[in-house]
Design a protein around this ligand. Structure first.
Ligand SMILES: Nc1ncnc2c1ncn2[C@@H]1O[C@H](COP(=O)(O)OP(=O)(O)OP(=O)(O)O)[C@@H](O)[C@H]1O
Ligand SMILES: [Mg+2]
Length: 494
């Protein structure tokens, strides 16, 4: 028996200046169902859900809830109709506590006074619903991405959402956290909630979804039951071509030791040591709070080291600040593209060129013609979907923003690239292009420190791996020891 349709969108069209984000797209969300909404970077997924959530109006098209035509002039109108969204770029109030964020829409304010004891007690019950163990007095800004996401889901539940839309909820989570999230999705589904899941990860699609809707260039190209589609078909529908090999044949020949890190120590990382050869990829893995992402920041001088030393090409380097690290030949792709990676109001052009003059290798005179060539080259080679180089970074889709961050750092031809979650939010087609590019860079002698939560990319791309646990290096593995079991065992402290 087919479940009841809760939410329906018909013939939705949305035009931005220079970009038709959606044309004539329809979609149905049913009770007790997980619908995967899929497509390449820039296909229109986030735009569609923003329309369903009353964040943006469509140019044309209709929305129905329980068969009745509705209009959502504001996000609150959509929330009141039972539609909750956890956005790609999380938006909660960092300065407030977890409990305050949970009740952000208000709390039964009788007599104009708040019973804080009661509020915190209730907040505890709400987070327990999603099996989240957290102190609800904690400031939101101090929570990890995974925690913030669970809190938003808990809030949606508390507000009795009937449709829960998750825009790439797992892109910043590691395997354990993803497992937890998928469990929560199943639980919500069993309660009757209709779930829309946007993700670029194939295994998740097949693990939890019942149906898929695929968008390509703003057009809906397929709607299928999950059992009627294979992974290869899905990829072909999304990117319009076959991808035979996701990962390139690694043909790099690591050279001499380039970087030696000895007992590097600060608040975030404790006595970390490793070696990196010329032209190789060192993979770094860790679970939430292990210090793996902070290691990247420490190596780029964002967090000063209090002890230990770093020797590059036989010469001690100080890593006193990012600017110095840039001069020394390091580049750093941060994990939080919104806060750390891009200047949102600046153009793609300006964003790509920001690091270019900083390391002193490229002179100081701005050469517009040369810049134009550089910017066009990256837009082409990473297939950044945009009307042109002058578009503001803020107008790009999530995955396309990530491509601009990568371009900015790759252009300065660093000796060592430190990458925190390099392919976060990037679609399968572009991912395989990026892996090819990383392989080529290694071939040219560039060394890469790839800090990632994505197990498949860690296993396929790394020449060797260190695993962090409780701020220390728990284990190091050479290429022939790389297995998921070895890595997970070390990551949980074994
Ligand atoms: N506010 C805006 N102004 C101009 N163009 C926009 C705006 N928002 C989105 N776009 C454009 O609309 C298209 C669809 O973007 P959208 O964010 O919906 O993609 P997506 O499918 O979510 O991609 P991703 O997987 O990268 O998140 C893109 O070309 C994007 O640049
Ligand atoms: Mg998106």
């Amino acid at each position: 028996m087919e479940s009841k349709v809760i939410l329906k969108a018909e013939h939705i069209t949305k035009q931005f200046p220079g970009v038709k984000a959606l044309s004539d797209v329809s979609l149905e969300v049913r009770e007790h169902e997980v619908l995967a909404l899929l497509g390449e970077n820039g296909a229109g997924k986030s735009t569609l859900i923003k329309i369903l959530a009353g964040v943006q109006p469509p140019n044309s098209g209709d929305i129905y809830v329980d068969g009745e035509k509705v209009r959502f002039p504001t996000p609150v109108a959509a929330q009141n109709a039972g539609i909750a969204v956890v956005y790609q770029e999380l938006a909660n109030v960092s300065e407030l506590t977890v409990a305050e964020n949970l009740f952000i829409k208000g709390y039964g304010q009788k007599n104009h006074t708040l019973n804080w004891k009661q509020i915190y007690a209730e907040a505890e019950k709400i987070v327990a619903e999603v099996d989240l163990k957290i102190d609800v007095h904690k400031q939101m800004g101090l929570c990890t991405v995974a925690e913030k996401q669970q809190i938003e889901i808990a809030r949606a539940l508390y507000e009795n959402a009937r449709v829960l839309i998750l825009d790439e909820p797992t892109s910043a989570l590691n395997d354990k956290e993803i497992h937890q999230l998928l469990e929560n999705i199943k639980k919500l589904k069993s309660r009757g909630v209709g779930i829309v899941l946007i993700t670029h990860k194939m295994d998740e699609i097949f693990a939890v979804s019942d149906r898929v809707t695929i968008l390509r260039d703003g057009v809906s190209v397929a709607q299928k039951e999950i059992q009627d589609i294979t992974e290869q078909e899905l990829i072909r529908l999304m990117v319009g071509r076959e991808i035979k090999d996701m990962y390139p044949d690694k043909n790099n020949h690591p050279g001499e030791v380039l970087l030696k890190v000895n007992n590097l120590h600060n608040r975030h990382v404790h006595d970390v040591s490793f070696e990196l050869k010329k032209g190789e990829i060192l993979g770094v893995y860790g679970l939430m709070g292990s210090g793996h992402l902070e290691l990247g920041k420490t190596l780029f001088g964002c967090y000063p080291a209090t002890r230990g030393d770093v020797v590059l090409n036989g010469r001690k380097v100080r890593m006193s600040c990012p600017k110095q690290c840039l001069k020394d030949g390091f580049a750093f792709v941060p994990s939080e593209r919104k806060a750390e990676g891009l200047v949102q109001i600046q153009s793609i052009w300006e964003n790509i060129m920001t690091a270019y003059y900083e390391n002193g290798k490229n002179g100081w005179l701005v050469k517009r013609k040369k810049e134009s060539g550089i910017v066009e080259k990256w837009i082409q080679s990473l297939s950044v979907k945009t009307p042109g180089p002058y578009a503001a970074a803020a107008t790009l889709s999530g995955g396309n923003q990530q491509k601009v961050v990568l371009a900015k750092w790759l252009e300065i031809s660093p000796e060592i690239i430190i990458m925190n979650e390099p392919t976060r939010g990037i679609d399968v087609g572009s991912k395989s292009e990026i892996y090819k590019l990383l392989n080529e860079l290694c071939g040219q002698g560039v060394s890469i420190i790839m800090i990632t939560s994505e197990m498949p990319e860690l296993l396929a791309m790394s020449d060797h791996v260190i695993v962090m646990h409780e701020h220390r290096v728990q284990a190091a593995f050479s290429k022939d020891q790389l297995t998921e079991t070895n890595i997970m065992t070390a990551a949980i402290g074994g």
